[in-house]
Write a protein of this length. Structure first.
Length: 212
């Protein structure tokens, strides 16, 4: 993997040149997202995000963190599907954060917030029942590995980290196993894999399906 993707990690991105309106129907929820050039998957919700949302099994209540939220598709979908869950979204790109604020209002979401934060830097000692992410692979391991390492300290006992990756990216689930001592494949679809690691896992989870 190369250097960080500029659209995700520049602290002073170029001014957006185009605006987009994205519509999504997921699990019977009809959502709309304002987007613009300068953010990931600017003109449609990418398939990895949809696969991740479809794979989630969350408690009826609690707190969820969407790490690297972009314009907010994952976090806002969770907030609509689980109205008793408090959702926190973070992104280092100020343009993305501005879009999330707009999209929270656009979708009439009352149980979500967004923070302009470089990974966990503004989260202090907060902890969550789940951390979810569609990590920007172009940002490289030097960004994604600290995200995985930091997740452990920001999860409650029994909480989990769940991420989606394209098929064939094996170093990241192995890092999850190193940090959490467990990782499982919970979904496979259209070239994507969803991996989950528990903080103090139930049973004896192992890596599966990484080389399919």
């Amino acid at each position: 993997m190369g250097q960080r993707a500029s659209h995700y990690y520049d602290t002073k991105p170029a001014q957006p040149k185009r605006r987009f309106l994205i519509k999504l129907n997921i699990r019977g929820q009809f959502l709309e997202f304002a987007s613009s050039s300068g953010v990931f998957s600017k003109d449609k919700v990418d398939l990895g995000t949809i696969v991740l949302i479809d794979s989630l099994e969350l408690p009826d209540s609690g707190e969820v963190l969407d790490m690297g939220c972009g314009y907010g598709a994952i976090g806002i979908a969770i907030a609509k599907l689980y109205p008793a869950i408090k959702v926190t979204m973070v992104d280092v790109n100020p343009a993305a954060v501005k879009l999330v604020r707009e999209n929270i209002e656009r979708n009439d979401v009352k149980n979500a917030e967004v923070l302009h934060s470089d990974l966990y830097s503004l989260l202090g000692g907060r902890s969550f029942d789940a951390i979810v992410s569609n990590p920007p692979l172009a940002a490289g391991y030097k960004t994604i590995f600290p995200m995985i390492e930091g997740a452990f300290g920001h999860l409650r006992e029994g909480g989990f980290l769940q991420i989606v990756l394209r098929k064939g990216v094996n170093a990241i689930p192995r890092k999850m196993e190193d940090v959490f001592q467990n990782v499982t494949t919970v979904s496979k679809k259209s070239g994507y894999r969803v991996f989950r690691s528990f903080k103090n896992a139930p049973g004896n989870a192992k890596i599966r399906d990484q080389h399919d």
